[in-house]
Design a protein around this ligand. Structure first.
Ligand code: ATP
Ligand code: MG
Length: 451
């Protein structure tokens, strides 16, 4: 095979290393991308130059991971991660290497890497391949295979099994059989991995083009039972009378549709978790058909526990929970404008597009086929119409504010807010009430309750 095509800027950077007698290689995902015939986006470089030497070679270097031998070069608008050749030894806690030791050769550095497809290097600047573990062939066969003995490699770092599934989701690759088989035995090691590291991989699965591939592999290997037992419990919870899928397949299908359509991470997560409360609330109903009353509340509770456990940012948690809580909306043409306004207020105007996307995903998961988005048109048109009326849908839209209430004799304190919210309710019901005079009169009446 001839040399691979190297970006001119990368060659320029490499030549700075070469000029001071150092070796430099492109490694990791960038090599994988080039071997797949794609353009490499993130540039990771390995070198025998020590971090301090790299800092001496370039004007702008950020010490991003100096403990692990990594610095980031800023060069003509690009960032390049540079890591000194390393070997790793001893992961006694299954979390992170006990110590980092520098290695002398690229081969040694490659041998500590997780999968063959991630353990090939391209020598810079010329672009020749160093591939001691057959990474190129595995990429051609679309196989994820551990470097060396899978059980040993997983025992060193319990995150690796999940990384394998993440790559399967991102790349559409299969797992080599021995690698697949070794995951189960490594579950106790994976159980010790820091939850943030797990979350980052789960996040990448969710954001990938094919999250369901990763989740099905998680189920097969029992990573699902370890990491997301609430979801694993949805297997064989049948929904006869509603549709033909059990709750787990339904959730997978919904999430898969959301990914296929490029919906946001929050919609994908809500699609995955929206029915997760069903096993807990299921009760025998008539004719052998289960009932699932109030499952959205239980789903929200469990989804919170999961996202909290993995330390998701609060903004993500809040949005996913709101989507789950509101996912059962059921619009009919005979809703009054006030009912539509109440819906908008409860869901939050900005959340409505994603709530509609969640509904489409939910439908896809029920029928197993692509839903017709036009089914939602009557409701979305109605919402637009009600929004266009420009009526008060939040405290900001009220004709009076807290200061007005104080001026009118309401005593300062908690019930100023309570009164404002009651006024909003009244105005949502009857927009004609939204004028200063009327509202102050109503406020006066409410206030009597607090005197
Ligand atoms: P991408 O950046 O596209 O997600 P990547 O392969 O570059 O994919 P990174 O997580 O950035 O993945 O890791 C860079 C490289 O470091 C990997 O290709 C692999 O060689 C090595 N690596 C990362 N994490 C591990 C690990 N837990 N065990 C062994 N090697 C690892
Ligand atoms: Mg990378």
């Amino acid at each position: 095979m001839g040399n691979l095509k190297i970006h001119p800027l990368l060659r320029e950077i490499a030549n700075i290393f070469i000029a001071s007698g150092k070796e430099v290689y492109l490694v990791g995902g960038a090599v994988r991308d080039l071997l797949l015939g794609r353009e490499a986006v993130d540039w990771d470089i390995a070198t025998n130059a020590r971090p301090e030497e790299v800092i001496g070679l370039f004007r702008k270097v950020i010490p991003t991971g100096i403990k692990h031998g990594t610095v980031t070069i800023r060069y003509k608008g690009r960032s390049v991660e540079v890591t000194t050749f390393r070997t790793e030894s001893g992961y006694s806690d299954g979390r992170r290497p006990d110590r980092v030791r520098y290695a002398a050769t690229i081969e040694e550095d490659l041998s500590r890497r997780d999968f063959t497809m991630n353990a090939a290097a391209i020598k810079l600047p010329e672009g020749s391949l160093t591939d001691p573990f057959g990474g190129r062939d595995d990429i051609k066969r679309r196989l994820i295979r551990c470097v060396g003995n899978p059980a040993e490699r997983f025992a060193e770092d319990g995150l690796r099994p999940l990384r394998a599934l993440r790559f399967a989701s991102q790349l559409g690759f299969d797992l080599d059989e021995a690698t697949h088989m070794a995951i189960r035995g490594a579950l106790p090691t994976t159980a010790k991995v820091a939850s943030e590291r797990i979350r980052d991989e789960i996040d990448k699965i969710i954001a990938s083009p094919n999250p369901v591939r990763g989740f099905r592999l998680m189920e097969e290997t029992e990573l699902l039972h370890l990491l997301l037992p609430e979801l694993a419990a949805c297997r064989n919870v049948d929904q006869k009378g509603y549709h033909r899928f059990d709750v787990l397949d339904h959730s997978f299908l919904a999430c898969g549709y959301a990914a296929e359509k490029g919906f946001s991470r929050e919609v994908r997560m809500a699609a995955l978790f929206h029915d997760i409360g069903k096993p807990a609330v299921r009760r025998p109903g008539e004719n052998g058909i289960w009932t699932f009353y109030n499952h959205e509340r239980e789903s929200g509770k469990l989804a919170f526990e999961i996202m909290d456990r993995f330390r998701y940012p609060n903004a993500v948690i809040e949005k996913v929970l709101r989507l789950i809580k509101e996912h059962m909306f059921h619009y009919e043409d005979n809703w009054t404008d006030a009912a539509v306004r109440r819906f908008i207020i409860r869901a939050g105007e900005e959340l409505i597009p994603e709530l509609m996307q969640l509904r489409l995903a939910d439908t896809a998961g029920t029928t197993g086929t692509a839903p017709d988005p036009a089914a939602l048109l009557p409701f979305t048109k109605r919402i637009e119409k009600v929004l266009a009326q420009n009526r008060a849908l939040s405290l900001k839209g009220l004709a009076v504010n807290g200061r007005d209430l104080l001026a009118a004799g309401v005593a300062p304190g908690r019930h100023v807010g309570i009164i404002l919210n009651e006024l909003l309710e009244a105005v949502v019901e009857d927009p004609e009430l939204n004028n200063r005079e009327k509202l102050l009169e109503i406020a006066g009446n409410i206030n009597k309750r607090y005197l």
